[in-house]
Design a protein around this ligand. Structure first.
Ligand SMILES: [Zn+2]
Ligand SMILES: [Zn+2]
Length: 224
């Protein structure tokens, strides 16, 4: 109702005409070039050279698009400016990408924020995305299974190896609940952006340790 009286500016381009205008919605293009199924970097073969020779706890990693405008602004609005109404748009993009890449999971989990950070922000943006995606796919999303037990420094300014150290052991599965829910199941792990994959890997390790059969990750954006 309020939107009818005061149409919101588009989170992508700033012009008035809806929360995400048709032009921006269309501009968030699916990744076209061939990419590695495990790290999502450009690769002409399904597993890139690096992934073929290194162990990863992630079975698959896919992204909706590159971390470019207008998606970049949308993610920032969702994450830092409280525009949680963007979650349905972006969550549906995740679900479409899941289908397009033939991912196959039994349940959906978001990369958790530390309780303190979630309290400050008032919500976990990844969880909002995961909830929409799970609803679209008809899958359960028992978020309380996975928690961030250690507050970690912001990853943005760290190198790849610092990132890995920063998040190592930062996640844990709830011991009582996880056994029955995770055993033999494939988890779809959702986050907004994946830079080096260190956070997704750390979550994935915790899930596998708690009995999950396989972890597939899906993010909105990866760096170009
Ligand atoms: Zn726009
Ligand atoms: Zn790879």
């Amino acid at each position: 109702m309020l939107d009818l009286l005061f149409p919101p500016d588009c989170a992508g381009c700033g012009r008035s005409g809806g929360l995400l205008c048709p032009a921006c919605l269309q501009a968030i293009a699916d990744l076209q070039e061939q990419r590695c199924a495990r790290c999502a970097l450009p690769s002409r073969i399904s597993l890139c050279r690096y992934c073929r020779s290194s162990a990863s706890s992630l079975f698959a990693l896919q992204a909706v698009a590159l971390y470019e405008e207008p998606l970049r602004s949308c993610i920032q609005h969702l994450k830092y400016q409280g525009v949680t109404r963007l979650a349905p748009f972006l969550g549906r993009m995740l679900a479409a990408s899941y289908r397009r890449h033939h991912l196959q999971a039994d349940l959906v989990l978001a990369v958790p924020l530390h309780a303190e950070r979630e309290c400050q922000r008032g919500y976990n943006h990844a969880r909002l995305l995961a909830d929409v995606c799970a609803r679209e796919l008809g899958l359960p999303s028992p978020h309380s299974l996975l928690e961030r037990v250690r507050a970690t420094a912001a990853q943005a300014r760290l190198s790849a190896s610092e990132r890995q150290q920063n998040v190592a052991g930062a996640f844990r599965c709830q011991p009582q609940k996880s056994q029955s829910v995770l055993r033999g199941r494939t988890v779809l792990l959702i986050d907004d952006v994946c830079t080096t994959g260190a956070t997704l890997e750390a979550c994935s390790s915790a899930l596998l340790q708690a009995g999950a059969k396989q972890v597939q990750a899906l993010v909105l954006a990866i760096p170009g």
